[in-house]
Design a protein around this ligand. Structure first.
Ligand code: HEC
Length: 182
């Protein structure tokens, strides 16, 4: 009795504030995009586990996880932040409103890399070597790096490189447009 009462207090201390906000003031728009981000995050984790070998590679499952991300990227992601930016219970920065082009570009890049990730998935009981990053890609700045000499060719990207580039869009967008919580 005493133990469970204590556990309840600890639980409330950790989650109480968040629960109150969630129940009373967080708008459906904010909830929907946070739910999207959680799905994106879970799928990205699954994909990273296919690459690390923690999860047995299966092309269909790999693609399914990529699709979870791709359908939430690009225009869909932009629309999620179209009318509500900073709001109660949201970590979105007001800069989304003042730098819409940059936000949209990152959302678009995320989709481009996700599409490449899906297209480069190959059948196989184990992950085919061809999906792995090529030595030359380690020094590639990516298709959106500022380069004048030649147009980037995302279609030539290995799956692994496309995945790394996609994760960079998460980091870039969060750095610019998401409030950091401790
Ligand atoms: C174009 C911008 C953008 C991209 C790209 C992006 N995010 Fe986000 N993400 C945000 C913003 C803004 C928030 C804050 C949303 C809010 O609280 O209203 C967020 C929130 C999150 C959250 C917290 C969700 C919650 O429960 O509050 C997770 C997890 C997350 N993103 C994961 C990812 C991952 C993983 C990727 C890449 C595969 C990614 N994001 C790509 C903008 C982006």
């Amino acid at each position: 009795m005493k133990t469970s009462g204590f556990a309840f207090l600890v639980f409330t201390a950790l989650t109480g504030a968040a629960l109150v906000v969630a129940a009373e003031t967080v708008s459906p728009a904010v909830r929907a995009r946070q739910a999207d981000m959680k799905e994106i995050s879970a799928a990205a984790k699954a994909i990273s586990e296919f690459f690390s070998g923690k999860r047995p590679y299966q092309a269909s499952e790999f693609r399914r996880n990529v699709d979870v991300i791709s359908i939430r990227a690009g225009e869909h992601l932009v629309a999620r932040f179209a009318t509500t930016t900073s709001a109660a219970g949201s970590d979105a920065k007001p800069e989304i409103e003042t730098d819409r082009d940059k936000f949209a570009e990152l959302a678009r890049q995320m989709e481009v890399y996700a599409n490449r990730l899906r297209d480069s998935a190959e059948e196989g009981g184990a992950m085919p070597q061809s999906m792995r990053m090529k030595a030359s890609e380690a020094i590639d700045g990516g298709p959106f790096a500022k380069r004048k000499d030649k147009a980037p060719d995302v279609d030539a990207y290995s799956s692994e490189h496309a995945f790394h580039m996609m994760l960079q869009t998460c980091t870039s967008c969060h750095a610019a447009f998401r409030i950091k919580r401790k």
